[in-house]
Design a protein around this ligand. Structure first.
Ligand SMILES: [Fe+2]
Length: 306
């Protein structure tokens, strides 16, 4: 499938007002006020919105929006789902309007996470006004973030779905313990992974979201605000072994971590499968739980868990 990367993310949260304050005051996001007023939406760039938060009782990831290049690629992807017998639902005009896209389809992966495929999200050039001094986010050519989810079952069917049907590139297992897989979309040649699934028996949820900031100063100024507000950190400043990333991790109001990343040099596709000795070359000292409160026991999630 001709997918660029993650185009948007949707969450449910019981902490909408906390998110409004944190998203603007700490991360520098812009509240998008021209989107569905039932939710809270943030702009990170010229697109209408990248992060949507909907009212809910349990803080959780609601959907991952994957961006197809355009209409032809979107339709070809649906043909692939038809051929492979993957159930999906074409979004109606109302859902497309809510997402601010031309067309959208909804489907689940084999371990139950909700995904969406879309193309043609509304945009307006030079329309991003950060809520504090900020150079902006690297989003355009490779998706707007990466994310790591924890799944109670990590199956061969999951890897087959991601690689053969979605057309993602298998990147590796990372340096962590247990079964973890990192994947990037077919057209992403700028970052090592768009999504990773980690096996957490009996657990489900989102572990972290990685945001690419345009300047090192933005990482530092985010760090300052995290310190000023005494927001708990997950990992201190450090440099990953397998990516040219300077980053640190702190917990968002929903309990998953935000990794604020500055790329020290352009990433180049790997020549061989990386098998790093350690997660990081320096730093990234773990100072909080690796699985924050956003990763929950299945029993805490109820029926609609995804
Ligand atoms: Fe990350």
């Amino acid at each position: 499938m001709d997918i660029i990367g993650v185009g948007y993310l949707g969450f449910e949260t019981a902490k909408l007002e906390e998110w409004r304050d944190y998203g603007t005051g700490v991360l520098g996001w812009q509240v998008a006020d021209n989107v569905d007023p039932d939710g809270l939406h943030f702009k990170l760039d010229e697109r209408r919105s990248r992060f949507s938060f909907w009212p809910g009782e349990i803080d959780r990831l609601a959907y991952v929006g994957w961006e197809a290049v355009g209409r032809q690629e979107f339709l070809a992807a649906l043909d692939t789902f038809d051929l492979e017998g993957v159930p999906y639902e074409r979004g109606d005009a109302e859902l497309a309007a809510r997402r601010g896209v031309r067309e959208v389809a909804r489907f689940k992966d084999p371990v139950g996470f909700q995904h969406e495929l879309f193309y043609g999200q509304k945009f307006a050039p030079d329309s991003f006004l950060p809520s504090r001094p900020h150079s902006g986010f690297v989003t355009a050519e490779r998706g707007m973030c990466h994310l790591v989810v924890i799944t109670p079952e990590y199956t061969d069917a999951l890897e087959d779905f991601l690689t053969r049907i979605m057309g993602f590139r298998w990147y590796g297992s990372g340096a962590g313990k247990g079964r973890t897989g990192f994947f990037r979309s077919k057209l992403n040649d700028r970052t090592s992974h768009d999504i990773a699934y980690g096996h957490g028996p009996g657990m489900r949820g989102i572990q972290h979201v990685g945001l690419y900031l345009k300047a090192m100063r933005d990482v530092g100024q985010t760090y300052d605000r995290v310190q000023q507000r005494e927001i708990p950190m997950m990992m201190t400043l450090g440099q990953h072994t397998q990516d040219p990333h300077l980053s640190f991790y702190h917990y968002s109001p929903s309990g998953f971590a935000i990794e604020s990343i500055w790329e020290m040099r352009p990433w180049v596709p790997e020549l061989f499968e990386p098998n790093p000795e350690t997660l990081s070359a320096w730093g990234h000292q773990l100072v909080g739980p690796i699985l924050g409160p956003s990763v929950k026991k299945i029993s805490e999630l109820g029926e609609a868990a995804a």
